[in-house]
Design a binder for this molecule. Structure first.
Ligand code: NAP
Length: 267
């Protein structure tokens, strides 16, 4: 079994990374940053997002696991005090995995240039550096609404506890293959009218955003933000790819939601 480690870069996370490396190589596991079977992220959910994007090209072959060195995370749900237990479990491979759905985003330029395709673990958001975005929103081939406002956030079920939640979106269990669209400050008046509620789309229901003004867009994919000019359409759907998380003990999603947002006795 080949493993790689991603650290948040602070001294506590780096120390834990060194311990993991030493223990796992003693168990004859191979440190391999090119083609790992397991990527161990040490830090927070943000660190796991980075690890995901580092290895997004080999999702079929790589599973992820997260240790948190700050507060409990949704992806980083192992505590440093559980390290020895975790190492023994990893060394006893093969391990079980759970798979979570991802979001596919395609940004199609006006000039016939090649499209940009991304996978998001949490979400993609579409905003503009100044003023409002105005776009026609099409769902499953039909015009749905004309949106004018700060932007839209399109999230995965596991990302529903992140930016989506702050925008008033619902928390969705990651066993549901769906994406959620939440509004950011929509303008509603006699000219512009939006539904005003988060929408949850099943697999195979594509959402297409068609810009109606010529602004450039700030499009985020998880923690990465880029500016795009001259965008023809932005397509969002549940991706055919999934992300794998290594599971060595049960930690149900609703318990993670409870412990993160209501009462964390383990802090
Ligand atoms: P950041 O601004 O440094 O941190 C964002 C916070 O979101 C961190 O506390 C992070 O947890 C947490 N987080 C990440 N994924 C999560 C998830 N699936 N469920 C619950 N909390 C989650 O940015 P970052 O660390 O680079 O992470 C990028 C993410 O920030 C984006 O994907 C977006 O979801 C989120 N974000 C949230 C808001 C908001 O809530 N208003 C605004 C912008 C972006 P850790 O501390 O464990 O890393």
């Amino acid at each position: 079994m080949k493993f790689a480690i991603q650290s948040r870069g602070d001294s506590t996370s780096n120390e834990i990374c060194t311990k993991i490396k030493n223990y796992l190589t003693e168990f004859n596991l191979e440190l391999n940053e090119e083609t790992p079977d397991l990527v161990i992220s040490v830090g927070g959910d943000g660190t796991l997002l980075e690890a995901f994007h580092t290895y997004v090209h080999r999702l079929k072959h790589t599973a992820f696991i997260g240790i948190h060195t700050g507060h409990l995370g949704f992806y980083a749900d192992w505590q440093p005090k559980e390290l020895e237990k975790l190492i023994i479990e990893i060394a006893r491979t093969p391990f079980q995995v759970v798979e979570y759905p991802l979001l596919e985003i395609k940004i199609i330029p006006n000039d016939g240039e090649k499209e940009h395709r991304f996978l998001a673990l949490n979400e993609s958001s579409v905003k503009t550096p100044e003023g409002s975005v105005v776009f026609d929103v099409e769902i499953k081939g039909e015009h749905f609404e004309t949106f004018r406002g700060d932007g839209l956030c399109i999230s995965t079920p596991s990302g529903s506890t992140a930016y989506n939640k702050a925008l008033g979106g619902a928390i969705i269990h990651p066993s549901l293959e769906a994406i959620q669209i939440t509004e950011m400050a929509s303008i509603n008046n006699r000219v512009f009218r939006t539904v005003g509620s988060p929408l949850i789309l099943p697999k195979h229901h594509t959402c297409i955003l068609r810009p109606l003004n010529e602004r450039s867009f700030l499009i985020t994919v998880d923690h990465i933000t880029k500016e795009y000019k001259d965008v023809k359409t932005i397509e969002c759907r549940v991706a055919k790819e999934k992300v794998k998380f290594a599971r060595f003990r049960p930690f149900p999603f609703w318990k993670r939601v409870h412990d993160s947002f209501i009462d964390d006795n383990q802090a």
